[in-house]
Design a binder for this molecule. Structure first.
Ligand code: NI
Length: 397
């Protein structure tokens, strides 16, 4: 595989950083171990950086042999782990109870560190690179917080690029697409206020359970009757909490929570509007009240055509054009990289990490307690970042 030779030589070192990160997972703005390791390495290599952006976030800057082009790129890696118990039994398994790197962000951070070391040594480009180490990707809106704390003001760039490992794609392959590649993530809570009472005197109550049942069914018509059939939406009710525990008591209230996934911001607005309308109309039809709290949590991740063109060119140099899927199907999972792409053009890509052995840790799905990042793909990601710089900001011959 034509990964950059000096990066291939870095593989064992990158794997060591990755295992250290894996052993010490932290979540949601508490990624002090990762931030400490990143700062230590950047300092060792003489790469200037600014830390404490969005709590534990770090941005490092590497200038090319020349900067006459005035061009700049940003590369992002997420640093955070998940609140779950690891079951891999690996020698470098998590030592933090109830925390685990089950999405491979340990690998993403090690990948970007490897690229940093290589790019700093070679500087084989005409421009500037900003390396964005981001906290709190998993439900903490870390990307958005870095933006509001001045990421693109203080570190201006033309494009931003990021990657995610992908167990469903084989190691040695890279996949991406123009347009939406990952969905938005919204969450909502519906509170139905009825009137409780004796289950044998239902006519004296306003039963929130019957109302909730109507609402659960009616909300599915948003997907089938309000959204363009060519468009895509998932609407799932994931919790329905009600009842007193007694078999003969009707409760006062029912609370439902759920999530909406789409690929367009306009479609999210349809969801919010229709959920509110359906809930309040059904509830009032039964003499109850419904309160809807709808939160836009994560933007869809929408790759720009020019960003994908650069990403494909770099990926083809690393894994060969035959191993780059330029039109992979989008997924309904969310990724807060979408917030960066709302501000800047660029691309988010999937780097295959699966193996033929389906039982292997690398082929387990993301967020599985048996999942582990595949160290074999560290040089692929690091080479891709390096080729992005050299392709987009070439030194004149
Ligand atoms: Ni992830």
């Amino acid at each position: 595989m034509p990964v950059i030779n000096s990066i291939a030589e870095l593989k064992d070192e990158m794997a060591q950083w990755r295992h250290d990160l894996h052993r010490n997972p932290q979540t949601c703005y508490e990624e002090e171990f990762a931030a400490g390791l990143i700062a230590k390495k950047l300092t060792e290599w003489g790469i200037p950086f600014k830390d404490r952006i969005a709590e534990t976030g770090i941005v490092a800057t590497i200038k090319g042999q020349k900067t006459d082009s005035g061009k700049a790129l940003a590369f992002r890696a997420d640093m955070d782990a998940l609140n779950m118990q690891e079951k891999t039994g690996l020698p470098y398994a998590s030592v933090n109870d109830g925390k685990m790197h089950a999405c491979g962000h340990d690998g993403h951070t090690a990948t970007l560190l490897g690229a940093a070391k290589h790019l700093n040594e070679t500087r084989n480009f005409d421009g500037t690179i900003h390396l964005v180490f981001q906290p709190a990707e998993e439900g903490g809106n870390g990307a958005h917080k870095m933006i509001t704390e001045g990421l693109f003001r203080d570190f201006p760039c033309d494009y931003i690029f990021g990657l995610h490992n992908y167990p469903e794609v084989s190691a040695g392959k890279i996949a991406m697409r123009i347009g939406a590649i990952m969905a938005s993530v919204d969450e909502f809570e519906i509170k139905i206020e009825g009137k409780g009472g004796h289950a044998a005197w239902p006519h004296d109550t306003i039963d929130p359970i019957v109302i909730a049942a109507q609402i659960v069914t009616a909300l599915q018509t948003i997907v089938s009757r309000n959204v363009d059939p060519i468009d895509t939406m998932v609407l799932s009710i994931t919790n329905l909490n009600t009842g007193t525990g007694a078999f003969n008591v009707l409760p006062d209230t029912a609370i439902m929570t759920g999530t909406v996934r789409t690929f367009k911001n306009e479609t999210r607005e349809i969801a919010k509007k229709r959920i509110t309308e359906i809930c309040s109309s059904i509830a009032s039809g039964f003499g109850a009240q419904a309160h809807v709290d709808y939160q836009y949590t994560t933007d869809p991740t929408i790759n720009t055509a020019d960003g994908v063109e650069i990403a494909v060119a770099a990926a083809s140099q690393v894994v060969g054009v035959e191993n780059v899927d330029t039109d992979c199907p989008p997924v309904m999972g969310g990724e807060d990289f979408g917030a960066f792409l709302m501000e800047k053009p660029g691309a988010f890509i999937f780097v295959g990490q699966g193996t033929d052995d389906g039982d292997c840790h690398h082929s387990q799905g993301l967020h599985s307690p048996h999942y582990d990042f595949n160290d074999e793909i560290l040089p692929i990601g690091a080479s891709w970042f390096s080729k992005l710089a050299e392709h987009y900001m070439p030194l004149e011959k």
